[in-house]
Design a protein around this ligand. Structure first.
Ligand code: ATP
Ligand code: MG
Length: 437
């Protein structure tokens, strides 16, 4: 019974004391994406199962083991999105965005659902920020997309994170490569895990992404896709590196990166940090030049990335990165008695329209309990309204940190509060300058 009173395993709540951190990083994400011309798109949390099963790849972990799939009451097979790219591409085709002047640049923030073994940084409901750049084939697009992720991470203040890139080629060069991989793993078939034995015939590249220790050890010495690239793919990859250099991004080429989803072609990349344990990839993405056509659109090159917000916040915590603090209540109005409470409602409403964060009593409590509450919410100033204040239309405004008081006219409370808050901000600034020197 107790279980139903708890959030489902692998899901979590963001409590009011923490939500400002989410709001802050989400704002940086959308603002940064905007600088590069990416506009927000919102797509449904669930789609027809085929949107994912056909396009993410039926030999991937995501499709084989991790999807939340169910029949709805109309008997349709529905899946909670494990990622957003497939839904975004579905939407772009459905609404003809891919037939407008390209590239179509979109970004999103949304929940994803994967039935995984929950642990730090690995959840069953998690959230991704992502972007997709649809209709751009040139290496400049790859560098631009990677730059968005980089600028988001830098703006939020993440240090110690590295960019790893690779090219996994196109279907042409991959034929040769798949053959070489099969030969290599066939020679070691006994050591592979059961899933990988199956992958060996269906999609040997998936083995390189296997998390089991034996398979990943074997993968280290496997043939590298980068040695099998055709001339066009090679040239593209050189172009990507040149543009990344021009953008001032440092990267290492990691031939092990193949990514967990089947639709990738050519460039793949990850931002990796050693500071969040095994779940070290904060952001992953790449090119998926075949996906739009595969989903029924015209032949349209495209690329994008997904960034895990929970992992990013975990990293911020572990790197002890300070985010701008949450805002605090500017003024607490403490009425004594019903008449004063009505006046408090009038004042509070006006002040809120003027843009101040204001709280007043909504519990009918006495002064002492009200002050305790004002303390808890960290109110910067308070005023007490009683019969006397109503009669004179004046009140004492009190700085709750210093105890300083000032008598003010209630009619000019907005101007008074503004100048007191400005002065407080200035004093805090001066303090911090002194303390730093
Ligand atoms: P991993 O190899 O860690 O399983 P993935 O390759 O499955 O990651 P993607 O599908 O590329 O991940 O998703 C992009 C990003 O979303 C990841 O880099 C990660 O930050 C985040 N992410 C993926 N799965 C989860 C999860 N179960 N819980 C939290 N974040 C996740
Ligand atoms: Mg995964």
């Amino acid at each position: 019974m107790a279980e139903i009173n708890r959030a489902i395993k692998g899901t979590g709540d963001v409590l009011p004391k923490d939500s400002y951190r989410w709001q802050y990083v989400e704002k940086v994400m959308l603002d940064t994406a905007r600088l590069y011309g990416f506009r927000e798109i919102r797509v449904p949390v669930f789609e027809h199962t085929e949107v994912f099963s056909r396009n993410v790849g039926d030999t991937t972990d995501v499709v084989q083991k991790e999807m939340y799939t169910f029949d709805d009451k109309g008997g349709r097979s529905i899946t909670l999105r494990p990622e957003l790219t497939a839904g975004v591409v579905r939407s772009s085709i459905e609404h003809g965005l891919i037939y407008e002047a390209l590239p179509e640049k979109v970004c999103y923030i949304g929940g994803c659902y994967r039935y995984e073994k929950p642990q730090a940084g690995r959840l069953r409901e998690f959230h991704q920020f992502g972007i997709e750049c649809i209709g751009a084939a040139s290496p400049a697009a790859d560098a631009e997309v990677i730059s968005v992720a980089n600028q988001v991470l830098r703006t939020i203040g993440i240090e110690k994170i590295s960019l790893e890139i690779n090219s996994i080629g196109c279907p042409t060069c991959r034929k040769e490569y798949q053959k070489a991989l099969k030969d290599y793993f066939n020679a070691n078939i006994e050591e592979l895990c059961d899933t990988c034995k199956d992958r060996l015939t269906r999609n040997p590249m998936r083995i390189l992404d296997c998390k089991s220790p034996v398979c990943s050890k074997l993968s280290e010495n496997a043939p590298k896709v980068i040695d099998f690239l055709c001339d066009d793919c090679k040239e593209h990859f050189e172009g990507v590196k040149a543009h990344l250099d021009a953008a001032g991004l440092k990267y290492t080429v990691n031939p092990q990166i193949v990514r967990g989803l089947d639709y990738y072609t050519r460039t793949v990349f990850e931002f990796v940090s050693g500071d969040i344990g095994a779940q070290s990839t904060v952001c992953g993405g790449g090119r998926y030049d075949g996906l739009v056509a595969q989903m029924g659109g015209s032949n349209t090159p495209a690329l994008g990335f997904g960034m895990g917000i929970e992992r990013l916040l975990l990293l911020l915590e572990n790197q002890k990165t300070e985010l701008p603090a949450d805002s605090k209540c500017d003024l607490y109005i403490a009425p004594m008695g019903e008449k004063a409470a009505v006046k408090a409602t009038q004042l509070a409403t006006k002040l809120r329209f003027d843009g101040f964060e204001v709280a007043t009593d909504v519990c009918g409590r006495g002064l002492k309990a009200q002050m305790k509450f004002a303390d808890k919410i960290g109110a910067k100033f308070n005023i007490v309204l009683g019969d006397n204040e109503l009669e004179t239309n004046k009140a004492i405004i009190k700085n709750m940190t210093t105890g300083d008081t000032k008598e003010i006219e209630l009619d000019s409370i907005s101007d008074e509060l503004m100048s007191l808050i400005n002065r407080m901000a200035l004093e805090n600034l001066t303090d911090s300058v002194f303390n730093n020197n």
